[in-house]
Design a protein around this ligand. Structure first.
Ligand code: HMG
Length: 398
């Protein structure tokens, strides 16, 4: 029995920030960001968006195609959690009108948590192939201003329906995993932005990659020449290329960089989306012109702290009938660009606690919005402004 991704969709935030504007305003050579990091823009949420609204938006888009009757589990992967106790998935399930007979949980291990969620989902559907699992990976990468991490901010979400007989991508059972306790990037409970040792994080990403690759081979994985395309975690676009070069160096084999390029388009525009990043890369590849029928894709997932996993998926013949690049293009083109001053003001305005009540301004055009906090509790609503998709009415019928 084949298990894997039945369908998937994405979402990103309302605003974008141009890295050349950031570079000019902070006296950095724009070529450092353009060529050194290979980044053009990053996405930034409006005040009435958060990881829940982004994730629910991506999920509403995929459920509009798949329906939701077979969903009995929702796994929400994030490191931009909105509560220390309650899963972001509970808020999302409410917005999506999922059945009360749904198991809901949140996963965390930095950017790796999306892959942890996918692997758990595969375990659940292996036991109950008539069920499907909704996996949402959603994050807002927010670094302190005037730090090396500032140009690597971003935001995005991917929702995947995981089940038997997938029409999109069969996930093969062989995987390679690698973990070690490393202080490369982390965010203590009382901080809203992470602490980062940049150079160490690059080394940790690359070390975990070769470690996971060796474990993948030891567990019966495919040879390098049996893998047609690669998608690697993308904290910034150039990192995936660096990872790929490390794999080439490590194996001593020549692998064309064109096997990586089609998976890089969205990160260049959205920046880091932590748990969603690898899967946005996968969507970028699936939406590309490459003919992927029957092709094997190698996927490298990395989460600081640190865990890495290498695994593969086989694109199912006829996949183009399932996927739809419409929303991705809209997500890139419809963002409202901020000036440097507007961006910095919004960055500061996101610094809010839950000790005082507040109501957010109405900004996002997405299907859901974060209304505000009252008596410490967050509230969300369906957006009554005209939305970009009309998927709410579709989803209610399914
Ligand atoms: P930095 O010190 O600003 O930059 O830190 P740099 O001096 O290392 O330069 C970056 C690149 O720009 C270099 O290219 C320079 O040569 C080049 P490279 O040699 O690496 O190929 N450069 C230029 N190119 C053209 N024209 C110029 C020019 N000047 C320099 N004028 C760093 C960069 C990525 C470390 C920083 O942005 C950072 O700390 N980011 C956050 C951490 C991060 O993204 N780490 C990645 C691996 S860890 C990970 O993936 C996990 C993560 O997603 C979190 C999670 O798991 O939850 C982050």
């Amino acid at each position: 029995m084949k298990l894997g991704i039945v369908d998937m969709e994405m979402a990103t935030a309302h605003h974008s920030v141009s890295l050349s504007a950031l570079a000019h305003a902070t006296n950095v050579d724009p070529n450092k960001y353009r060529f050194g990091l290979r980044q053009e823009n990053f996405s930034m949420p409006a005040l009435d968006e958060d990881a829940v609204t982004l994730g629910a938006t991506a999920a509403s888009r995929v459920l509009a195609r798949t329906g939701k009757t077979a969903i009995r589990t929702l796994i929400f992967a994030t490191e931009s959690s909105v509560d220390q106790s309650k899963s972001a998935g509970v808020f999302a399930a409410d917005l999506l009108d999922l059945s009360v007979n749904t198991r809901i949980v949140e996963t965390k291990q930095a950017c790796y948590a999306g892959t942890a969620a996918l692997q758990m989902a595969l375990g659940i559907v292996a036991r109950n192939p008539q069920e499907q699992v909704l996996v949402i990976a959603s994050d807002i990468a927010r670094y302190a201003v005037n730090t090396a991490g500032e140009p690597t901010q971003g935001a995005g979400a991917v929702a995947m329906v995981v089940g038997a007989d997938p029409q999109l991508l069969e996930i093969e059972p062989q995987t390679g995993v690698w973990s070690a306790h490393i202080d490369d990037f982390w965010r203590p409970n009382d901080l809203s932005t992470p602490l980062v040792d940049g150079a160490r994080s690059l080394d940790a990403y690359l070390g975990a990659f070769t470690g996971a690759w060796e474990d993948y081979l030891a567990h019966g994985g495919a040879g390098l020449d049996e893998i047609d395309y690669f998608v690697h975690h993308q904290p910034f676009t150039k990192m995936a290329v660096k990872g790929h070069r490390r794999l080439v160096e490590h194996t001593g084999k020549l692998i064309d960089e064109q096997t990586v390029e089609p998976g890089l388009r969205y990160t260049t525009q959205f920046g880091n989306s932590y748990t969603a990043s690898l899967y946005l890369g996968l969507l970028s590849l699936l939406h590309s012109d490459a003919d992927l029928d029957g092709k094997r894709i190698g996927l490298y997932s990395y989460g600081s702290g640190a865990t890495g996993e290498f695994f593969t998926g086989v694109v199912q013949p006829g996949y183009r009938r399932v996927i739809d690049s419409h929303y991705a293009d809209a997500a890139i083109n419809e963002r409202e660009e901020l000036s440097f001053e507007e961006y910095r003001a919004l960055h500061a305005a996101h610094e809010r606690g839950s000790k005082h009540d507040y109501q957010n301004p109405r900004v996002t055009r997405a299907p859901f919005r974060f209304v505000g906090v009252r008596d410490g509790a967050r509230s969300y609503q369906r957006n009554t402004l005209p939305t970009d998709s009309g998927v709410i009415s579709t989803i209610n019928k399914s």
